[in-house]
Ligand binder design. Structure first.
Ligand SMILES: Nc1ncnc2c1ncn2[C@@H]1O[C@H](COP(=O)(O)OP(=O)(O)OP(=O)(O)O)[C@@H](O)[C@H]1O
Ligand SMILES: [Mg+2]
Length: 334
């Protein structure tokens, strides 16, 4: 049998009669919209898309000679529907799956909103104090010590926020990074980060245990590996009450290398686990803000792991603690 040319068109097409009743469709409609079932034949387009007033919407567009497509959600897809009038014959409905574009749009909007929101507080503080300083420039400057300190704190927060954002966009866009992969001796890096972690813990006196295979090296990017290790270890300190235990391990098992950070901290409810690697996602916003967190740490970890073809597993129980495991492929002795 000869292929009908309309079946070669990759866009779903649906033919309708003058009353918007379905007459036929092409292969792409069958595949993408799953319109296989003959039950859709001779039915109103409203029923085919399970949409109460699609006909109405299409008709108003036709009357106003508007080319604006109708947007609707169908089988978890965002669809854009445009209709062309075929004189007395009926209509041709052209369907486009715009799910990906819409999702990207939403992500971009969320992202911009989040960034602006995060930058607003530090900027307001800086701006307000600068105004006071200008007004009272003649006063003794020493009385502004606290003000300067707060300005300094907020501007450091902005600085680290911007640094993290730039690192993230580099991780997403830079494909040259892979050319700079090197053999990395992980043990000394972990020792140094554990020392920094002790400083961060300060008088909270966490017990930090490092169980690392001293000879186990990896092929990767040093800066991003440091980002992965330090973000997970510093999180363990930040989200574990004083005197809690943090266990860090770096071991090979079979064809995988495991980097694991386990804490006896506050843990989290299961529902948060899939979301905490999203940018700016924090469980307790007020608490993380006082600890200086921006919610970008784990997003960086996720991207840096991706670059190393590694995955992240998170287990956590509220009030008991959390375990973050990074699973790297083992590519032989280095
Ligand atoms: N070990 C942990 N125990 C409990 N909750 C954690 C742990 N690690 C992360 N979280 C939760 O996940 C959220 C996201 O972590 P993430 O590291 O991305 O951001 P952050 O620590 O708030 O800020 P920063 O960008 O400075 O790292 C945290 O705000 C916290 O609520
Ligand atoms: Mg963090």
């Amino acid at each position: 049998m000869k292929t009908d040319p309309i079946d070669l068109i990759p866009l779903p097409l649906i033919f309708l009669d003058k009353d918007f009743v379905v007459l036929s469709w092409n292969k792409a409609a069958e595949k993408i919209l799953q319109l296989k079932d003959k039950k859709y034949l001779s039915q109103s387009i409203n029923d085919a898309f399970n949409h109460p007033n699609l006909v109405e919407q299409l008709e108003t567009r036709k009357q106003r000679a508007s080319s604006e497509p109708v947007l609707l959600t169908y089988r978890q897809m965002d669809l854009s529907l445009s209709v062309t009038d075929d004189g007395d014959q009926g209509y041709l409905l052209i369907v486009e799956n715009v799910t990906k574009i819409r999702r990207l749009e939403r992500m971009r909007q969320d992202f911009v909103a989040n960034v602006s929101h995060e930058l607003r507080t530090p900027l307001t503080v800086l701006h307000g104090y600068l105004e006071i300083l200008i007004e009272r420039a003649d006063d003794v400057l020493s009385s502004y010590k606290k003000t300067f300190e707060q300005m300094y704190q907020q501007s450091s927060r902005m600085e680290s926020l911007i640094k993290e954002l730039l690192l993230l966009s580099r991780l997403e866009n830079d494909t040259d990074d892979k050319d700079r992969f090197q053999i990395i001796d992980v043990f000394p890096l972990l020792e140094k980060i554990c020392n920094d972690a002790k400083t961060l813990s300060g008088n909270r006196q966490h017990k930090i245990i490092l169980k690392a295979d001293k000879h186990l090296k990896i092929y990767g990017l040093e800066n991003f590996l440091i980002s992965i290790f330090s973000n997970l270890i510093f999180n363990a300190i930040n989200y574990t009450p004083a005197k809690g235990k943090i266990t860090i391990s770096w071991q090979k098992d079979g064809d995988k290398i495991y980097f694991e950070v386990s804490d006896t901290g506050i843990g989290m409810e299961k529902k948060h686990i899939p979301r905490i690697t999203e940018r700016f996602y924090r469980i307790d916003k007020a608490r993380s803000r006082t600890s200086g967190g921006t919610g970008l740490g784990l997003a960086i970890v996720k991207h840096a792991l991706l670059l190393h073809k590694a995955t992240l597993k998170i287990e956590s129980e509220i009030g008991k603690g959390s375990t973050f495991t990074c699973i790297f492929p083992y590519t032989g002795r280095l």
